[in-house]
Design a protein around this ligand. Structure first.
Ligand SMILES: [Zn+2]
Length: 175
């Protein structure tokens, strides 16, 4: 999760490059889709800050009816460590406590401070579901064409770019 500290543009490319449809995105479009997703994240960070000055994301998420569940375990799939997840149906944010704790130690921060970053990240996914619309759908790539039909898909990395931008601006990690 150290990639969170990369500058926004680099972080966005990191997310896009590991997206399954990265190869389908023409390189000429990269910078504009990064800008769009990042600016939505930024705008919502400003908006939420105005609505809830001085409130923690723990508080804000709970105010929106989200449950925050801390599980005393970690989840690693392949080389990806999971820190938190958002379940829109259950309105639940799940924090993998062991993973966040390990990250906090490595950064010399407290668990509570780091947990806030992950709650903010997942809260953005909640905003996508409830208010903004999924950022993955702001740009579509053609998956294949057959007999005049054109199958398209959104790009999931754009949701992550929006969430990273939201976190960076909420915690003043980016101008
Ligand atoms: Zn995410």
């Amino acid at each position: 999760m150290d990639h969170l500290f990369l500058p926004m543009e680099e972080l966005a490319l990191f997310e896009l490059k590991r997206d399954r449809y990265f190869d389908k995105v023409p390189s000429k479009d990269l910078s504009s889709i990064i800008k769009s997703a990042a600016s939505i994240g930024k705008d919502w960070a400003i908006r939420i800050k105005k609505m809830y000055p001085d409130k923690s994301f723990h508080h804000i998420a709970r105010e929106h009816g989200l449950k925050i569940i801390e599980e005393d375990k970690e989840l690693i799939i392949g080389d990806v460590v999971f820190y938190s997840e958002f379940y829109s149906g259950k309105k639940e944010i799940l924090i993998y406590k062991k993973a966040v704790e390990a990250w906090a130690v490595a950064l010399n921060k407290t668990y509570e401070e780091c947990k806030e970053l992950f709650i903010a990240h997942e809260f953005f996914h909640y905003l996508e579901c409830e208010k903004i619309g999924l950022l993955s759908n702001i740009y579509k790539v053609t998956i294949f064409k057959i007999a005049g039909f054109n199958w398209k898909s959104g790009v999931k990395a754009l949701s992550e770019i929006g969430a990273h931008s939201f976190v960076k601006h909420s915690f003043k990690m980016e101008e």
